[in-house]
Design a protein around this ligand. Sequence first.
Ligand code: NAD
Length: 505
Amino acid sequence: MKTIQQETAQILAQLGVPSAAYEGGDLPVHTPITGEVIGNVPVSTAAQASLAIEAAHQAFREWRKVPAPKRGELVRLLGEELRAAKTELGRLVTMEAGKIISEGLGEVQEMIDICTFAAGLSRQLCGLTIATERPLHRMMETWHPLGVTGIISAFNFPVAVWSWNAALALVCGNSVVWKPSEKTPLTALATQALLQRAIAKFGNAPAGLSAVLNGHKEIGETLVASHQVPLVSATGSTAMGNQVGPRLADRFARAILELGGNNAAVVCESADLDLTLRGIAFSAMGTAGQRCTSLRRLLVHDNVYDKLLPRLKQVYASVNVGDPRESNTLVGPLIDSRAFDSMQQSLSEAKASGAAITGGERVNVPSCPKGIYVRPALVEMKEQTPTVKRETFAPLLYALRFHNLDEAIRLHNDVPQGLASSIFTNDLREAEQFLSAEGSDCGIANVNIGPSGAEIGGAFGGEKETGGGRESGSDVWKLYMRRATNTINYGRELPLAQGVKFDVA
Ligand code: NAD
């Protein structure tokens, strides 16, 4: 049987990553499955970062001249490479981020989907034609490429987040420089290798169109500081956004901030409890609670609380926690011991405030003695304490009772974050109230599905401390382009707007 290091090396070779890219470097990569080191990646230096940004800037100057549908062809080719490599890249996501197999594959599917979307979009980067007040004039909007797009990503979606940004940026005529999480550099190297294959098939894309800079936050800071990077899309904790946001604002750069969430589901009296139970289970325990959209707060109507909670406790007690490579595992490992410590800290704070806790203890997985596995925790709270209002990035679900929907919406919105939300109800009025201007204050609001598991077709992101950014579908592409308003005079007179007179003759 192959060791986990051998299996990782084999996948990386299949995906076209040379061994020098992940051997002998100073950034150790630990698989959360066993805690073992599966690679040592060289950290990019500040000088290498400057060179990559300069090369990307030069590449942008060429790439912006390529017609958008041709740029879309490159992204279509990337989608083909991803299709061909789905099994291997999905497996690598499992090895490096600890996702169960179907979620690793799902992450790659999401990359394929955004490539399909972006390739179509490359023929639809269209602006408005606007009526003008002046005769024989025409006014229109044109959308131009913007420049180098910096991408900073988090460990929990190690490759999908890059693709949401890169697929759009490339069809919009931008080049990309990526600083992946220091916890997941291998999947980034593999993704870059697949893009290079697509670029080779494309034929004449400029050198430097895409680069990966591995390392800690200092490398991310070079992207944030560079005046050659007019847009930085940064995904990670609110603490990171607090550092990155003001620095980008300081140099008037554009920011797409995709930060922490503290997502809730409201379970109403009329809810279909079987469906609700399944929706809660996936969104609270899937990805071991390590999605930005993971369900963390469950607000349950008093009249169904005592029916739902016992069933949920059973699910929590019996869900399969273990090696994510096993087909029957639903909850894989935490990313590292810090995640475990922060989960235990939140649990002890909740206990001190009188909470009743089911689960939360370490699970011994004999084949993975150094991996950090926990039983997901269901925490019945008396009130929404400061601990509940903080994002704990682990499988930890706080449950609270409510008596009417107004109270539930007040509790729902009374947290600093505003990413994803959901309501379980069969009452049309309740659903519509939740989706209305007076309802959920989040960027994502769902009915009868949990808050997690978004599709690429919609705009993805959230409000308040989640950062206000949007990525992926809908009209998000506009964030990656520069809008110009053009007024064209095809007459022989020069009428001025607002009737202003300025006759010099
Ligand atoms: P993190 O904030 O620790 O790191 C994210 C990335 O930011 C890493 O690449 C890191 O090196 C970089 N970084 C950190 N400080 C920086 C700085 N000052 N300048 C430049 N780069 C810097 O986050 P994480 O632990 O990898 O991921 C978990 C967090 O990400 C959670 O809070 C989760 O909710 C959030 N997240 C949000 C979304 C979203 O779309 N809203 C998606 C995924 C994850």
